[in-house]
Unconditional design. Structure first.
Length: 374
């Protein structure tokens, strides 16, 4: 168990550092405090935890059996009449626990973390916008828009005596006047929304001015126009909860937006695949570690990571085929999983009966290399 949590911590640290490099422009553009930065990475962690837990579970079992083999404990247990089937009870129980924990992350924490991340970033951005809109000052930070407000409440985003000049249309200039309004965030589209009420619009086109009264007028602008590197975009399927994913009619969505339907379907399979991978890779580690008795932990660690890398490449390839080519995800995504699962069970059977393929026996390979060098 200790190895599992250490593996998760170390791998998560490397992954989050890589993620930090990807979003560094956004973090610098928003000028986040140290505490805000910690919260951002805390909210991001469930999505990466889902991928890291299977490899951490495999490493925990692999390194434990490797140590037992190096200390001759496996030989002693077998000499005492304890078979590999009996010894596999503990790693199997651990694999089930890791699987249940991964299911919790997959079906609960991912959506919570993604929503918290989006809300936290957008709230910070809105506060920055409220501060940027100084009362009595013309703001020209957004291209083609000029804002002026006589009064600005930074806390709740309310505005008073607002003037907006919109030159986004080359042929028409809009001058909007409103006694009051407020700034809010559209969390679904990652936009700042300025809602103006009971105002007047002066539309100037071809030297003609048209006056229009309105009860409510909405101005949207992307936060990417204000903050460098800020691009959250709309909510993606990997941010959605399982209930939201299940509520989507895949067939109707595929008729209208095929790529989105494929993406949602792949995400639904992904939520099941990685938890089940914890159990598959845990079982897979038992016969492999039993076959590689006597090697150093460093070598075992590298070998285990190569196994997981191969596994992850295969399922990633399957996900890409299902998402971009529209192939059946039950075939492309789950085929590598069932192959690894079958190989795992067959490997346990061989190890329990002291039968190993020659290419898996480290001692034979080691002696062969030694004779070849001699």
């Amino acid at each position: 168990m200790k190895v599992f949590f250490i593996s998760v911590t170390v791998l998560m640290a490397f992954v989050l550092m890589g993620r930090a490099l990807q979003i560094k422009d956004m973090l610098m553009g928003l000028d986040l405090t140290f505490w805000d930065t910690l919260l951002v990475f805390w909210y991001l962690s469930p999505g990466f935890l889902l991928i890291m837990m299977p490899v951490s579970a495999m490493l925990a079992v692999f390194l434990t059996f490797l140590r037992m083999g190096a200390d001759k404990e496996l030989i002693a247990l077998k000499a005492g009449g304890i078979s590999l089937y009996q010894m596999s009870g503990a790693p199997l129980f651990f694999g089930v626990l890791a699987t249940l924990l991964c299911f919790w992350v997959s079906f609960s924490l991912i959506a919570v973390g993604a929503n918290k991340f989006r809300s936290h970033i957008l709230d910070i951005a809105q506060n920055r916008v409220n501060i940027a809109l100084q009362p009595g000052v013309f703001n020209k930070d957004i291209p083609n828009l000029v804002f002026f407000a006589k009064k600005v409440d930074v806390q709740n985003g309310s505005l008073a005596e607002v003037m907006v000049e919109d030159t986004s249309n080359e042929d028409t200039t809009l001058t909007i006047l409103a006694p009051y309004g407020n700034l809010t965030v559209d969390y679904l589209k990652s936009d700042i929304v300025m809602l103006l009420k009971k105002g007047v619009i002066y539309s100037e086109s071809d030297h003609k001015i048209i006056k229009l009264d309105f009860d409510e007028y909405i101005i949207r602008f992307s936060l990417g126009a204000l903050f460098k590197g800020f691009d959250l975009g709309a909510i993606e399927p990997n941010e959605m909860s399982w209930n939201d994913l299940s509520a989507v009619d895949i067939n109707k969505t595929r008729q209208r937006i095929p790529w989105l339907a494929n993406k949602i379907e792949v995400e639904m399979h992904k939520r099941w695949l990685f938890p089940f991978s914890c159990l598959v890779l845990t079982i897979f580690a038992v016969p492999i570690a039993s076959s590689f008795q006597g090697i150093h932990r460093q070598s075992g660690l590298i070998f285990a990571l190569v196994i997981f890398f191969t596994y992850y490449v295969l399922i990633s390839l399957g996900m890409n085929l299902a998402e971009y080519s529209g192939m059946n995800p039950y075939l492309t995504i789950w085929l590598p999983v069932w192959i690894f699962f079958a190989v795992s069970l067959y490997g346990v059977y061989l190890s329990a009966n002291e039968r190993f393929p020659a290419w898996l026996n480290w001692n034979i390979i080691f002696k062969w290399n030694k004779r070849r060098k001699a």
